[in-house]
Design a protein around this ligand. Structure first.
Ligand code: ZN
Ligand code: ZN
Length: 233
């Protein structure tokens, strides 16, 4: 691979005669779509709600998050996220640690969440490009509240598994995070630190909306199946 040629078999970018790089036309099944982050955030049932219906190999995934936490609004929990690809976070408005207009690309393993005594809000969009081929793994880990030692970790694929028989599967990042938090919460052993013996509090899943998102996903899958059945009759 050189500077002028992408390895994407679907979307090879070659320089023009004048040396300029031009993106090819979009694929017919991947029509360009746009939305408004502020409008999208208000109807989101979860943090990190994908804004566009594309999350396959080579796709650009943008997900929207709106947060009000800390102080009167309560603790929102903290976890470590490991991503195989870079995440570009754009802040569309905030009054906390992240400033309005910030654009951030962090390390592949980064802290997510956290809140203190002061209430803050933030609305941001995280964008990543899925690998075109091969395994793309993610992980969610929880650390001991007392000594910061990692105490529980779940790794999962960033792609929907081939055996998923649904129509619009949930974003694997959200489904994986929900499963990690559910397992962490379900067992005191999973929340007990091997280094210092402290038992951490359960993770506040409801603050993130992953449970609501998965419930709504299962209803929409059932509804779509019911429609198919009604058509067959
Ligand atoms: Zn992340
Ligand atoms: Zn500890």
């Amino acid at each position: 691979m050189n500077n002028h040629e992408s390895r994407n078999s679907n979307m090879t970018i070659k320089p023009d005669a004048d040396g300029a790089l031009r993106m090819p036309e979009p694929r017919p099944d991947k029509a360009p779509v746009k939305t408004n982050a502020y409008r999208y955030a208000r109807q989101a049932n979860t943090q990190l709600l994908p804004m566009f219906p594309y999350d396959g190999p080579g796709d650009i995934v943008s997900a929207c998050t709106s947060i009000r936490a800390g102080g009167q609004s309560g603790k929102r929990g903290y976890f470590l996220h490991t991503n195989a690809v870079d995440e570009v976070m754009v802040s569309f408005g905030a009054n906390g640690r992240v400033r309005t207009g910030d654009v951030v690309v962090g390390p592949k393993t980064h802290g997510v969440g956290g809140s203190g005594a002061a209430e803050f809000f933030a609305l941001n969009v995280v964008t990543q490009r899925q690998l075109e081929e091969g395994e793309q793994l993610e992980a969610v880990a929880f650390a001991c509240e007392a000594c910061s030692q990692e105490i529980f970790k779940l790794s999962f694929s960033a792609f929907t598994t081939a055996d998923h028989d649904g129509f619009f599967p949930p974003l694997p990042s959200n489904a994986g995070a929900a499963e990690a938090a559910a397992r962490f919460n379900a067992s005191e052993a999973n929340r007990t630190c091997k280094a210092c013996g402290h038992v951490s509090d359960p993770f506040p899943i409801a603050m993130w909306g992953w449970d609501k998102y998965l419930r709504a996903t299962s209803v929409s899958e059932d509804a779509r199946r019911a429609l198919e059945e009604a058509i067959r009759k």
